[in-house]
Design a protein around this ligand. Structure first.
Ligand code: HPA
Length: 234
């Protein structure tokens, strides 16, 4: 047990999928894992462990934003020895060629600040994905016929941005989408020598104002779970 995770030692698998929403963690575990058991419900941040094609997997909610994800990822890594951590979530599209429902596999995640900023001081660290996981996820996504983009994303501290000038600079520099967790996940994985990746679906678009219809959310989320699982065990 840790401060925020009630699982007993051995109840967390070396491979952990991390959706932001704890109810999504439950849906994914019930839909894709065999023998899924609830291993955490502290603060309602549900976590489940089961197997996928015989491989042990935990699906643990991260909550929204880097401070929340940082708590769970730190405890998963330091106390439960998680080796592979894959965020599955949504993002806002930031380029014309990126459409609603497309999959973005984040090669890098830029930030203004993250919970790790304090340790870097003047150093501008570039959080990046594990290359092997990234390659395997691209293959899995293309195999499913998902329109897939690989490149840089932005991990923001705010959903409701008040900085159109900053969005403009990011778009100018090819940032594909914005979400709120990946940069801290990549930084923690780098610090502790673990593998990390973020697989994202475009759920809204900053340029067009479009929103993913709610009936599509479950299917696109299911695709991400399968991409993440295939990448983790390829
Ligand atoms: N901004 C920040 N985070 C997000 C967005 C967004 O537009 N969409 C999904 N996660």
């Amino acid at each position: 047990m840790t401060v925020h995770i009630g699982a007993k030692p051995g109840q967390i698998a070396p491979t952990v999928l991390m959706p932001g929403d704890p109810y999504r963690a439950r849906w994914a575990a019930e839909t894709f894992l065999d023998g899924a058991e609830l291993v955490n419900e502290v603060r309602g941040m549900l976590g489940f462990t089961g197997t996928w094609r015989g491989n042990p997997v935990t699906i643990q909610g991260s909550g929204m934003g880097m401070p929340s994800l940082s708590i769970y990822a730190n405890e998963l890594i330091r106390d439960y020895d998680a080796q592979t951590l894959i965020r599955i979530g949504s993002c806002g599209g930031m380029q014309d060629h990126v459409a609603i429902r497309d999959v973005i596999i984040a090669m890098t995640a830029s930030t203004i600040t993250s919970p790790s900023s304090g340790i870097f001081r003047e150093f501008s660290f570039a959080p990046c994905a594990d290359y092997g996981l990234l390659q395997a996820a691209v293959k899995a996504a293309e195999g499913k016929g998902s329109k897939t983009h690989v490149g840089g994303i932005y991990s923001s501290d705010v959903f409701y941005s008040e900085r159109p000038d900053l969005d403009e600079q990011m778009m100018r520099h090819g940032i594909l989408g914005v979400e709120m967790e990946a940069a801290e996940l990549y930084t923690l994985a780098a610090r502790h020598g673990r593998r990390a990746l973020a697989v994202l679906t475009v759920s809204d678009h900053l340029l067009t104002g479009e929103l993913l219809p709610s009936e599509d959310r479950e299917r696109t989320f299911g695709d991400m779970v399968e991409i993440a699982l295939e990448a983790a065990f390829s």
